[in-house]
Design a protein around this ligand. Sequence first.
Ligand SMILES: [Zn+2]
Ligand SMILES: [Zn+2]
Length: 255
Amino acid sequence: MRFASLGSGSQGNALIVDAGETRVLLDCGFSSREAAARLARLGMAPDELTAIVVTHEHGDHVGGVFAFARRHRLTVYLTHGTHAAAPRGSAPLPECRLIEGHTPFAIGSLQVQPFPVPHDAREPVQFAFSDGVRRLGVLTDTGTITPHIVDTLRVCDGLVLECNHDHALLAASRYPASLRRRIGGRFGHLENEQAAALLRQIDTGRLQHVLAAHLSQENNRPELAARALASALGCSEDWIGVADQDGGFDWRQLR
Ligand SMILES: [Zn+2]
Ligand SMILES: [Zn+2]
């Protein structure tokens, strides 16, 4: 199993999980053309994808999902709440499968385990993916770390973890107070130290890759996110990958 990011941050997110014959796109916050160009950069074409899985209805995650799914005839998996709240425009919806936030499901050879997260959306979830051997956890867009999140991500081989902001940079930012409160609140986004705290609560012995994701371009810096996660893991900062808005990150293999 391998995974890569097409881009990550408040301007758009998409991640691809490749289990050989099954290839799932997680969110698509980019236009169809942009998503295809970013896939091409990873050596993949849209018609090689099996399905799209969606976390929640915010534009940086769902913005390009329906158009891309229609164009490439992909089934979209999403919760009832995300389905109800997602902006859909006037074009007919692609085929959608409604999922429950606590019920694992299969797409081809991939086992997909959704888990609810506290975030200011209708019914947001995040996901862990497994090919039966390796397990990848993805956690972005959560305001706090719940015991259920810790349980779900307790044993993973790879982890993509939101490091949205640095507490001090957010406090000093030019954002209005209400926006700062929303981002830093219990239904907002994870701060570097909260992400590090998750790593201190899980079994990290099997982790082959840890990537910081969904970094704010205003209120964080890659080196701060890497430092926080490295200190929790007791590893070198170089070992931590950092996803960026334009480049995402290249393929990571789970062996
Ligand atoms: Zn987001
Ligand atoms: Zn969001």
